[in-house]
Write a protein that binds this ligand. Structure first.
Ligand code: MCN
Length: 766
């Protein structure tokens, strides 16, 4: 027995030895001979005219080669930032996407926007000289608040975006919702904020660009979530053809959606590399990351849920304000698309209507962040359901039971037009209630009360769409060499998710060979493979499924080759465990033998629809009424992600997602001063990060229903953790303080905010 294979199949990840011993290669680890270093001069104010940029002192600084400005960006024609709000909005209108030269020209619109790029022989010379670039501004009023940005008379950020309103959209049936609401026995209303946060992967952005004047080719070493989307967007931004843009990356230290898109800095470095004739490298600081890496969430939602006398849901209306920051960054379309797709949540709500207004504000652009709208819609739906339960005095588990989409109704067409494939919501709920001992809560609450603590329990039942992507199809290439090693080529890109293990396992299983014989090569430089980048939890459904199909194709083509070698008919060839044989021949052929003369390759492809992972999480918290401090004392999760490829990885993904959601719930928050518009949270000194002790040992169970969308039966799950944890943790805290009369809290649930809310109800005076 191959001990390595059995070792890996017990769940451990093949990449971990490299990653945890410091042997990874991240974007900033790349260096090429003759490289220069770039440093960006950035706006220190949210909204201003740029009157003049004087780089003469910087240019005189020792080691400085060049200083590039907005004029260089405009001359290069790098001015139209690609964005993804490309679908028609309300009344068929298109999004009003403002220009964004890769270095700001004439105006700045958020603190951190790059104005100039200093290029020097060393990183420190570039940074020192950046201080010498003199910028004369004429200040304009800041517009940091998304709702105020939409008010009449608000300061205008872009001449071509009247009223700061970049896009409006709607979905569902307004009349049906109005009619049903008029008949309702009860209507629950609320307004919540899905707070602006910074995804904050461990690895800061970094980019090294080389330009080859002979071929006109740019070569990038950069953080990425896969090459296809990045390459396409870079080409859109710069008009350089895609085949002249070559990317080489090995390890990526976290992405969370924030590492998907083209950023202006990468394009500015292209200008510099071409002009200086030398490679140029830039590594972001953490402060730059807070100011300029796309933020996440930033949605304000008003909702109304109509119920009949028995607590059955009749209709729901949601009105969104989706803050997208100063420009339309690629990515945040998920805040509209994904929230429409799963608007009904896990409930059979016959009438739905939703509106979206997208303001531009003098803040960092907003993009996709782990879930990209999925956690936001789950948050608002679960909050409104929990509030309805409290208002009508029904157990929130019972209210869910009454309103679940029944198993027999799948595939279920929602009132906003999406089709959920399958789920067993009642079964999932009962499993979670048992795991979390829902029935025994009253006793635990009494015990906490005796110890002076307020105990609360929360529940969330969520569903999300994963899988479908924008690529025309997903392609995977398998190559066998004469050592028998099978190399798997993909254009997805792991950022810590363990694809080397799981994709390896898929191929190893299909071929019946040890995992040690399978090697994953992601985004080979210059790759022409089609496919989706890693995001939207689609890699396993997409690329992963195609890994399986590619292995089958390899067996099929190998069978034909083996038949020739063995002098039998293909139908007489049998394949098992890396070997072709036939009852008609004494000889056998190993996979390696197929590649005796040259490596053998196959490319397989597939195009898959959406899968719908779902889950029920239950959490318990204890709130200290004297301090407002919250401790999460229990966390249970029951999840359906279809067939599981690797249980340890799925558990790890879930754990990471749950804690990432907990970070948002309890502290993470990007705050702008309402008057000056200055960011108040731009370092880890003033931005909370979740720590290991925030969430106790997570008790997780699986409740799979097999997807037919994927030949592997899998559903995505990389975002499930935070989609479920945000609503469940907020629900638990509100449940804890509700006996004191607190009915509403907005994230982040910091001790001061909870304490304040307790004080304001007047029921607790110290
Ligand atoms: N998996 C499995 N069985 C399933 C489903 C998934 O074993 N039924 C495994 C997969 O093979 C993969 C992992 O779980 O190793 C996540 O798979 P999937 O749900 O397909 O999601 P993706 O691989 O496409 O990852 C994207 C998703 C997203 S959108 C964000 S954001 C996110 C996340 O995953 N960012 C992450 N998880 C992250 N994990 C880490 N460490 N770092 C990030 O930046």
């Amino acid at each position: 027995m191959d001990t390595h294979a059995s070792h890996h199949h017990d769940g451990s990840r093949v990449e971990d030895f490299r990653l945890i011993t410091g042997a990874g290669t991240y974007a900033a680890d790349w260096n090429v001979p003759g490289q220069l270093y770039g440093y960006f001069v950035r706006a220190d104010r949210p909204h201003a005219d740029i009157v003049a940029v004087d780089a003469s002192n910087a240019l005189a600084h020792p080691g400085v080669k060049h200083v590039f400005t907005g004029d260089d960006a405009v001359r290069a024609g790098y001015t139209e930032m690609p964005h993804s709000l490309t679908f028609p909005g309300k009344n068929g209108e298109k999004a009003r996407a403002p220009r964004r030269p890769v270095l700001a020209q004439k105006k700045v619109r958020f603190v951190g926007e790059a104005i100039a790029l200093v290029v020097a022989e060393s990183a420190s010379a570039a940074q020192d000289a950046a201080d010498l670039v003199a910028i004369e501004y004429r200040d304009l009023p800041a517009v940091p608040h998304p709702e105020r940005a939409l008010e009449p008379g608000a300061a205008q950020l872009h001449d071509d975006v009247p009223g700061n309103l970049a896009f409006e959209a709607e979905a569902g049936d307004a009349r049906a919702v109005e009619a049903a609401t008029a008949q309702a026995a009860h209507v629950t209303r609320l307004k919540v904020e899905s707070t602006r946060v910074s995804p904050s992967p461990m690895e800061p952005r970094a980019c090294l660009v080389s330009y080859d004047a002979q071929s006109g080719e740019y070569r990038f070493h950069v953080v990425m979530q896969g090459v296809t989307t990045l390459r396409k967007m870079m080409s859109q931004y710069t008009h350089v053809p895609e085949d002249k843009l070559v990317f080489e990356a090995r390890d990526v230290g976290g992405g969370f959606g924030q590492r998907t898109p083209a950023y202006p800095e990468y394009c500015a470095l292209m200008i510099a590399a071409k002009e200086t004739g030398r490679p140029v490298k830039w590594v972001s600081s953490r402060v730059e990351a807070f100011l300029t890496d796309n933020h996440g969430r930033a949605n304000i939602i008003e909702g109304a849920l109509a119920l009949d006398r028995d607590g059955r849901f009749l209709a729901m209306r949601l009105d969104w304000v989706n803050d997208m920051g100063a420009y339309l960054a690629p990515g945040a379309m998920g805040h509209i698309r994904n929230t429409t797709t799963c608007m009904t949540g896990v409930y059979a709500i016959p009438a739905l209507y939703t509106t979206y207004r997208v303001p531009l504000t003098s803040t960092t652009p907003v993009g996709a962040y782990r879930g990209a709208g999925r956690p936001d819609i789950a948050y608002v739906v679960e909050r409104i359901v929990n509030q309805a339960a409290a208002e009508i005095g029904m157990d929130p588990a019972e209210l869910r039971r009454r309103n679940f989409i029944p198993p027999s109704a799948f595939p279920y067409k929602t009132a906003t037009g999406s089709v959920y494939e399958n789920a067993d919501l009642p079964g999932m709920l009962e499993q979670a209630l048992a795991l979390g001992d829902w029935a025994g809560f009253a006793k635990r609450r009494a015990e906490s009360e005796a110890a002076g603590k307020l105990r609360g329990i929360g529940i969330s039942t969520v569903i999300e769409a994963t899988g479908a992507g924008n690529a025309p199809k997903d392609e995977v290439e398998l190559t066998v060499d004469n050592s028998g090693t099978v190399t798997v080529g993909t254009v997805a890109k792991t950022q810590g998710h363990g694809h080397e293990t799981t994709f390896g396992q898929i191929v190893a299983r299909a071929l019946g060979i040890p995992l040690t014989q399978v090697k994953l090569v992601q985004c080979a430089p210059g790759t022409k493979l089609l496919g989706n980048h890693t995001g939207g939890s689609r890699s396993t459904v997409g690329a992963g499924s195609v890994c399986h199909l590619a292995a089958q194709k390899l067996i099929q083509e190998g069978t034909a080759m083996a038949a020739l070698e063995l002098h039998v008919e293909p139908s007489q060839v049998r394949y098992a465990n890396g070997e072709f044989g036939s009852s008609e021949s004494p000889r056998t052929l190993k996979l390696a033998d197929l590649a005796n003369t040259k490596p053998v390759s196959v490319i397989a492809d597939g195009k898959f629809g959406s899968t719908f992972p779902n889950g029920c999480h239950i959490a318990e918290v204890e709130v200290d009424p004297d301090t407002g401090g919250t401790e999460v004392v229990a966390y249970c999760a029951v999840d359906d992600c279809g067939v599981v490829i690797n249980h340890a990885i799925v558990e790890g993904q879930l754990h990471g997602g749950v804690v990432q959601g907990a970070g948002q719930v309890f502290g993470e928050h990007i705050v702008y001063d309402p008057e000056s518009g200055q960011p108040l949270s731009a370092s880890f000194m003033d931005y909370y990060m979740p720590r290991a002790g925030l969430v106790p040992e997570l008790r997780g169970e699986e409740h799979p229903t097999t997807s037919k969308v994927s030949p592997l039966g899998v559903k995505g799950m990389g975002e499930s953790g935070c989609t479920a944890s945000i609503p469940v943790l907020v629900a638990a805290v509100i449940d804890a303080v509700r006996p004191l009369g607190v009915v509403h809290l907005d994230m982040p649930l910091t001790p001061s905010r909870v304490w304040q809310a307790i004080r304001e109800t007047g029921q607790r005076k110290s």
